[in-house]
Design a protein. Sequence first.
Length: 51
Amino acid sequence: MSEKSYDRDIAELKERVTRLEVQFAEIVKRVDGLSNYARQLFDYLNRISRE
């Protein structure tokens, strides 16, 4: 394997890791939003069931 090929492969892997990190951050935000929604819904349902 040539040095240029190796460097190109490393650069490509770094880009792919960066894209995965961005996608993971987006997934974390979505899961946080769902968790918050579920918590609010649970509180709301508990409140109305006591009335």
